[in-house]
Design a protein around this ligand. Structure first.
Ligand code: DX5
Ligand code: ZN
Length: 214
């Protein structure tokens, strides 16, 4: 699966930018609050408008503090997937249950230096694990390869039937890095700059998908 990130799109033309990547599996929407990360992007009103503008399922990645308060409304609005950060809450299970109760899939995200072992037990409460392969906050950064160890660990548990989970990766994914991520067992690849900084983002999505499947 490929999930283009609109972080690298033109925010003044989001409906058009979504149309340019039609056929993508998910559209990745980076919500930042200038507290959890040193950047500010968009919030619920923009997501609500985007939901009306595209049929691509929205993969909302909340890089925010207090997800227990702010995450469920994204699920109620109709986001397909609502992912929040393990580092941002003391009670990830409660947040996941609230997201699911509100009708969306729940995702847990971990920053590059956050170990996965403390969270393995609770992953059964989630539909997606989003492994960050850059420090969250900005597009266009370089891929951090050591995070693939976490992906491999979780992949083994999924393959052994101990977990049912989509393993997703976010940050620095492009034609040079997607194959090593695919080999580590990633199911879903977020790509921002690699998709939107090309002349034909839709064609780039297809190209990345073929590369990941090769
Ligand atoms: C970074 C965001 C990413 C970002 C990735 O904090 O979570 O989704 O859009 O951008 P690239 O693909 O350019 O690294
Ligand atoms: Zn993201």
């Amino acid at each position: 699966m490929i999930a283009p990130s609109i972080l690298s799109a033109d925010f003044a033309h989001l409906a058009d930018e979504a149309r340019r990547v039609e056929g993508s599996d998910w559209l990745h929407v980076d919500v930042m609050d200038a507290h959890f990360v040193p950047n500010l992007t968009l919030g619920l009103p923009v997501v609500e408008s985007l939901l009306k503008a595209t049929d691509i399922p929205l993969d909302c990645h909340l890089m925010i503090e207090d997800p227990g308060r702010w995450a469920p409304p994204y699920a109620e609005a109709g986001a397909h997937n609502v992912t929040f950060h393990a580092e941002a809450t003391d009670d990830p299970i409660a947040v996941a249950r609230d997201i699911r109760a509100a009708g969306a899939k729940a995702g847990l995200s971990v920053k590059p230096n956050t170990p996965i072992e403390p969270y393995l037990e609770i992953l059964r409460e989630f539909d997606t694990l989003l492994v960050m392969s850059v420090e969250p906050g900005f597009g266009g950064q370089s891929f951090i390869a050591h995070v693939l160890d976490k992906a491999r660990t979780v992949r083994r548990l999924v393959d052994a039937g101990e977990l049912r989970l989509i393993v997703e990766i976010d940050g620095g994914i492009n034609a040079d890095t997607i194959e090593q991520a695919a080999e580590a067992g990633i199911d879903c690849f977020v790509a921002g700059s690699a998709v939107y900084n090309t002349a034909d983002p839709g064609a780039t999505v297809q190209k990345l998908r073929r590369q990941a499947a090769a």
